[in-house]
Design a binder for this molecule. Structure first.
Ligand code: FAD
Length: 516
C-alpha cells in the first residue's frame, strides 16, 4: 500500500512536470511564429512536434487512468490523434468558407485543424456561382480545377408572369467588364476541390468528425469537443476557433445570438432533372429565374447535362402541402407554365428535398478568439446566387483578421471590426434588393432594364458580386435606389399593395416563430 502511494505521488509529480513542459513548449512555439526566419520556422516545427508528442504521452497516461488531469489542461481520450490537439486554429465545417480559410491560414504557416462532419464528396445545394468567385479561386490556385467541373455561365435570364418578354443580363456588360462569366457546378465536386486544396496547403483535416461543443474559458485557448463516427471523443485546445458550420450555425446557436430575419422569410423545395430543355451555344449555362405566384424558381443547367430546379417560396405556401414532397414539387412546377414547358420531356433524377424558412442572421460575427463565416453567421435568400461568394469572401477577410489577432493581439479588436464590416457589407447590399424583389417597381427594373445613368450596368455589377473591389458600385447603387423610390411614388397603389402583402406574410411567419 505504502509503495502504491509512493508510485501515485511520483506519477503526480511527473504529470505536473509534463503539463508545465507542454505549456512552455507552446509559449516558445508561439514566440518563434512571430518571426519569419527559416531557422526559427524549423525550430517552430520541431517544437510543435515535441509538443504534440507530449500531449499524446499525457493523453495515453490519462487514458490508462494513471494521470487524471483537468479537462482544460489536456485533451481527453486523444490517443487516436495522429498529431497535437493544440493547433493554432480549429475550423468547424469543410464547406467553401471553412476550406478556404483553412487553406489560407495553413499556407501562412499556421497549424490548422479542419473538422467536417460528413465525407467529401457530399451533396450540397447552391450550384450557381458568380463572376467574382473567379478571382478568389485564382488566389487559392484552384481555378483550372473549378473550370474542369463547371459549365460557363455568362448571365441570367428573368421570366415573369406579368411581362410578355423575358429579360437577359449579360455579365460582360457590367460596370467592370473584366469578369464576363461564372460557372454552374455540382457542389459535391466544388466543395471537394476546396477541401483537398486545404489539405494540400497543409491543414490537418478530419472527415466524419462532428464538433459537439465549444467552451471559451478565458485565457489563451478555447476548448472544442468533437466526436468521430466511431464514437471517439476528442478535446481540442486551439488559440482561435472558426465557425464555418453553415446553416447548422454552431456558435450562434450555442451563444443564443441567432435571430430570424424579421424582414424576409423563404423556404425551398428542389430536385434534379435529366432530359430537360437547354439553351444552345453561349446561353447554355445561363441561370433562368421564373417568378410565379408564391415565389420564384431557379433553373440551373449543369455540365453533365442535368438541370437543377428549385422553388423558393413563402413559408405559408410550403406549409400548405398535403401531398408527398415529390407530388408537391410537381404541382408547384405546374403553377409556372413557362418552366413546366421546359421540363416537358424531363425525368426527375434525384430525391426531392425541402427546407424550412432559412432567412436568419446573428447579432455578432466574432469574439476575442472566435469568428463566424458564411452561412454560420447569416443567410438571406438564394435569389442572386451570392451564398458561395459571400462565404468565400468572408473566409478571406477572416484569415486576415485571425493573422492580426494571433501576431499582434493589440490590433485584434480593430481587425475583428474590419472583418465584421466586410461580412455585413455584402449581406446588406444584396438584402436591399432581395427585400424589394416582390414589388412591381423592382420587377419592372429587372424586366425592362434601361441603361440610362448606367443603371443596368450597376445592377449587373451587383449580380456579378462586384461589391468588394474598386468598382464604383455603391455610388451608382445610390442612384438606382433613388430611381426605385421615385418610381414607387408614381406606382404608389401597386407598391403599397405589394408592401402590405409582404408585411402580412412575414408577420405571420415571425408571429409563428415567437409563439410559445
Ligand atoms: C435553397 C438554397 C439554394 C441556394 N442556391 C445557391 C446558389 O445557387 N449559389 C450560391 O452561391 N449559393 C446558394 N445557396 C447558398 C449556399 O448554399 C451557401 O451560402 C453556402 O454553401 C455557404 O457556404 P458555407 O461554407 O458557409 O457553409 P456550407 O457550405 O453549408 O458548409 C458547412 C459545412 O459544415 C459542416 N458542418 C456543419 N456542422 C458541423 C459540425 N458541428 N461539425 C463539423 N462539421 C459541420 C457541414 O457538413 C458542411 O460541410 C443556396 C442556399 C439554399 C438554402
Amino acid at each position: 500500500m505504502e509503495q502504491e502511494g509512493r508510485v501515485d505521488h511520483l506519477h503526480n509529480i511527473i504529470k505536473k512536470l509534463l503539463v508545465k513542459l507542454e505549456k512552455s513548449l507552446t509559449i516558445v512555439t508561439r514566440v518563434t511564429s512571430l518571426f519569419k526566419s527559416p531557422f526559427l520556422r524549423v525550430t517552430k516545427e520541431l517544437l510543435q512536434k515535441a509538443s504534440s508528442r507530449l500531449v499524446m504521452l499525457i493523453s495515453h497516461k490519462t487514458k490508462a487512468g494513471k494521470y487524471p488531469m483537468s479537462s482544460h489542461e489536456i485533451p481527453q481520450e486523444a490517443g487516436q490523434q495522429e498529431a497535437g490537439n493544440s493547433p493554432d486554429i480549429l475550423v468547424v465545417g469543410g464547406g467553401p468558407a471553412g476550406s478556404t480559410i483553412s487553406a489560407l491560414l495553413a499556407e501562412h504557416g499556421y497549424d490548422v485543424v479542419l473538422l467536417e462532419k460528413s465525407h467529401h464528396p457530399r451533396f450540397h445545394i447552391g450550384e450557381s456561382l458568380l463572376p467574382l468567385n473567379l478571382p478568389l479561386f485564382e488566389r487559392l490556385g484552384v481555378e483550372k480545377q473549378v473550370a474542369s467541373i463547371g459549365i460557363l455561365k455568362y448571365g441570367a435570364e428573368f421570366v415573369s408572369p406579368d411581362h410578355d418578354n423575358s429579360s437577359h443580363f449579360d455579365f460582360g456588360r457590367a460596370l467592370d467588364k473584366s469578369f464576363p462569366h461564372a460557372y454552374e457546378v455540382r457542389r459535391s465536386e466544388l466543395d471537394e476541390i476546396l477541401f483537398k486544396n486545404a489539405i494540400a496547403k497543409g491543414a490537418r483535416t478530419h472527415e466524419g468528425c462532428r464538433v459537439t461543443g465549444t467552451e471559451f474559458p478565458g485565457g489563451a485557448r478555447a476548448v472544442v469537443t468533437s466526436q468521430s463516427e466511431d464514437g471517439q471523443i476528442t478535446r481540442w485546445h486551439p488559440r482561435f476557433v472558426v465557425d464555418a458550420s453553415g446553416r447548422d450555425t454552431l456558435l450562434a446557436n450555442q451563444f443564443g445570438i441567432k435571430q430570424r430575419n424579421k424582414k424576409h422569410a423563404s423556404a425551398a423545395i428542389y430536385g434534379h432533372f435529366e432530359g430537360a430543355e437547354r439553351r444552345i451555344g453561349k446561353e447554355e449555362g445561363n441561370i433562368t429565374l421564373f417568378w410565379f405566384e408564391h415565389g420564384w424558381f431557379w433553373y440551373i443547367p449543369l455540365a453533365d447535362g442535368s438541370v437543377s430546379v428549385g422553388a423558393v417560396c413563402w413559408p405559408y405556401y410550403m406549409k400548405s402541402r398535403k401531398v408527398d414532397k415529390e407530388q408537391f414539387f410537381f404541382d408547384t412546377i405546374a403553377l409556372c407554365p413557362p418552366l413546366a414547358e421546359r421540363l416537358q420531356a424531363a425525368k426527375l433524377a434525384s430525391p426531392v428535398t425541402a427546407t424550412g424558412n432559412f432567412s436568419y442572421t446573428s447579432s455578432r460575427s466574432s469574439g476575442s478568439n472566435y469568428l463566424m463565416l458564411g452561412d454560420a453567421f447569416a443567410f438571406i435568400d438564394p435569389v442572386f446566387s451570392s451564398g458561395v461568394l459571400l462565404a468565400m469572401n468572408s473566409a478571406f477577410a477572416g484569415a486576415e483578421a485571425i493573422d492580426v489577432c494571433l501576431r499582434n493581439p493589440a490590433e485584434a479588436s480593430r481587425a475583428l471590426k474590419k472583418f465584421d464590416r466586410t461580412s455585413r457589407h455584402g449581406l446588406r447590399t444584396f438584402s436591399w434588393i432581395i427585400y424589394r424583389m416582390t414589388t412591381p417597381v423592382m420587377r419592372n427594373l429587372f424586366m425592362q432594364p434601361s441603361n440610362k445613368f448606367r443603371l443596368q450596368e450597376t445592377l449587373l455589377s451587383v449580380l456579378a458580386g462586384d461589391l468588394f473591389g474598386n468598382t464604383p458600385v455603391q455610388s451608382r447603387l445610390m442612384l438606382f435606389k433613388i430611381i426605385y423610390y421615385l418610381q414607387s411614388i408614381f406606382m404608389f397603389k401597386e407598391s403599397y399593395r405589394a408592401w402590405l402583402r409582404r408585411k402580412r406574410t412575414i408577420k405571420e411567419v415571425v408571429g409563428e416563430m415567437t409563439a410559445p
